[in-house]
Design a protein around this ligand. Structure first.
Ligand code: ARG
Length: 569
């Protein structure tokens, strides 16, 4: 059992407190000298008709020396302070780690409330996969991994932008200027090229818009050649996206794009009509949202076509029918916050039972403060360019430095570090912050970066390789009582609570912060405590066991963020 809970049990037994009085009774003291846990006594003053200081004194005398896992219980003003017996604490942590080897130390199983849908990535067909989609992809994958680790049934959804009037324009442009060979080589580049050309020419000749509209309505009716062209563009784009997903080691359970929902639109409009929610406004059909202080949500444009929002509404209804979700999460940029407010408000007006179970997990904008990218002012940064540039930098750093590795491993390792660095960069700040990246932020081997973390991991692994003949299960871990060892053990036990908090806020950065704290304390332990050079064989083995526990827990925690470690660096 966790020592915090043990302390609560101890208090309940000795002080005869009611469970209601026990909730949130224990705090983490602001300074380590004040113990590992403390209990303010103010709330007992009234019932006991005593000053909190007197209560603290009385209880300290009663409790001190009464529990084997507590070294001391003292009174400090109106507070009771509890100091763990460090040897007990170390044994407790190792025992808990061993009891659930595939979970973090403080993991406690829960009864999951239901299926969680995480929609993420969602790039647009024939359009660039930019660093914003990269953010959604990495953030969504981390959330999906963390929820499934907690025991939820998670479905990963990719809501491709594969529908809309722009496809009429693309078809027109392709038929006039397309180059099949270029499409085969770099599909998105070629499709973007003709799409841009369309707008240039249309500026001179407005009749192109009409022609494009005709193509789109033929596409909606499933006519040829529009349908086959659209399918071709979609397939070619997916091949390109798939390459990125493989590089990031990310996958999905459903690839239903916007087009998938187009068949459901008449039914959805019918539902709105039946509830009397559809109103005419300047030729369009809208749902009034004034009771939510929002602009009306357009459902049908004046030309009779559906829009992005209509398809999102259809998607919620489809998702609920298919998965009966407990939560439906959209990992989408903050600039779409208004759109999602409108969708959720329309659901409320429809009386949809899951209206309050939909969440927009928003994130900020990414820009660049690096030479490579800032010169391309105003241009979109492609995720692949970002990854390639990171890879190049890592390789450079590795060729300059003295890395413990055969030449042949270098490129694969650099790629692994680059992917980890990009993912970590996305996850480390609060997600709603706008971030401008510099190579320092991403790659500084001494900063809050993936290379820094992976390096401490690889270093610990290299120590362990030298001790591969030893049996850590025999280690006397009760010897791990120095400040550095104790703090490191505490940080290990705090990974799971950080993960819980991260899930509550849909904010992986909370877990990232705890990981960084852990890594810093590992470095302190490594600096302060000889390991292989320790002369006392028992202490040496105990420290090696701690190193091993560190690598196991760190690897697991990182994997929940979608980040893979490397064994050598
Ligand atoms: N395809 C959109 C974009 O690139 C994101 C889609 C977000 N998801 C949604 N259900 N609307 O901006």
């Amino acid at each position: 059992m966790e020592l915090r809970n043990k302390t609560l049990e101890f208090l309940a037994n000795h002080l005869r407190l009611e469970t209601a009085e026990m909730a949130d009774i224990l705090e983490i003291p602001p300074r380590p000298e004040l113990g590992d846990l403390s209990m303010p006594c103010f709330k007992f003053a009234k019932i006991m008709r005593k000053a909190p200081q007197a209560i603290a004194k009385e209880w300290a005398a009663l409790l001190d020396g009464q529990a084997d896992f507590l070294e001391r219980v003292t009174a400090e003003g109106p507070y009771l302070n509890f100091y763990y017996r460090r040897s007990y604490f170390a044994e407790n942590i190792f025992a808990r780690a061993e009891a659930q080897p595939d979970k973090l130390i403080s993991f406690e199983p829960i009864e999951p409330e239901g299926t969680i849908l995480v929609e993420y990535s969602s790039p647009n067909i024939a359009k660039p996969f930019h660093v914003g989609h990269g953010f959604s992809t990495c953030l969504g994958d981390a959330l999906a991994k963390m929820f499934s680790y907690r025991g939820y049934d998670v479905k990963r959804l990719n809501h491709f932008g594969d529908y809309g009037t722009q496809f009429g324009r693309l078809i027109y442009a392709w038929q006039h200027w397309g180059d099949e060979k270029a499409l085969a080589e770099q599909p998105i580049k070629e499709l973007t090229r003709v799409y841009v050309k369309f707008h240039e020419v249309a500026e001179e000749d407005e009749s192109l818009y009409d022609a494009a509209r005709k193509h789109f309505s033929r596409l909606e009716q499933g006519k040829e050649p529009e349908l086959s062209l659209w399918e071709h563009f979609r397939e070619m784009s997916l091949v390109e996206f798939q390459r990125i997903y493989e590089r990031l080691d990310i996958s999905f359970d459903s690839l239903n794009g916007e087009a998938f929902y187009s068949d459901m639109i008449p039914e959805v409009l019918d539902m709105l009509k039946q509830k009397g929610l559809l109103e005419e406004s300047e030729g369009a059909e809208v749902v009034d949202l004034s009771e939510f202080d929002l602009n009306p949500c357009i459902m049908v444009k004046s030309d009779g076509s559906s829009i992005y929002a209509t398809r999102d509404l259809a998607a919620v209804i489809y998702r609920d029918r298919t998965w009966d979700f407990y939560r439906n999460m959209y990992v989408v940029g903050r600039e779409q916050a208004y759109h999602f407010k409108q969708i959720f408000a329309v659901l409320k007006r429809m009386g949809h039972p899951k209206a309050d179970q939909c969440y927009h997990v928003a994130f900020g904008r990414i820009s660049s403060g690096t030479e490579e990218f800032s010169t391309r002012h105003g241009k979109i940064i492609l995720l692949e360019d970002f990854l390639d540039a990171t890879y190049k930098k890592v390789l450079e750093i590795m060729s300059e430095g003295n890395f413990d590795m055969p030449e042949s491993e270098r490129e694969a390792t650099a790629e692994a570090i680059a992917v980890a660095s990009v993912k970590f960069f996305y996850l480390k700040s609060g997600r709603e912050k706008d971030i401008s990246f510099t190579w320092e932020d991403i790659l500084d081997f001494n900063g809050d970066t993936a290379p820094y973390i992976l390096y401490t991991y690889a270093r610990a692994r290299s120590i362990l390789r030298k001790a591969s003949d030893l049996d850590f299960s025999q280690a006397k871990v009760e010897l791990l009582v120095s400040d550095a060892e104790f703090n490191l053990l505490k940080d290990l036990a705090d990974l799971e609570p950080a993960l819980e908090e991260a899930l509550k806020l849909y904010e992986p950065s909370v877990l990232v912060r705890q990981i960084l704290k852990l890594v810093k304390n590992f470095n302190r332990f490594y600096r302060e405590s000889p390991i292989m050079k320790e002369e006392d064989a028992d202490l040496r083995l105990a420290r090696l066991a701690l190193c091993e526990l560190y690598t196991k827990e760190l690897k697991l925690a990182l994997s929940l963020l979608g980040i893979q470690v490397v064994e050598r660096m």
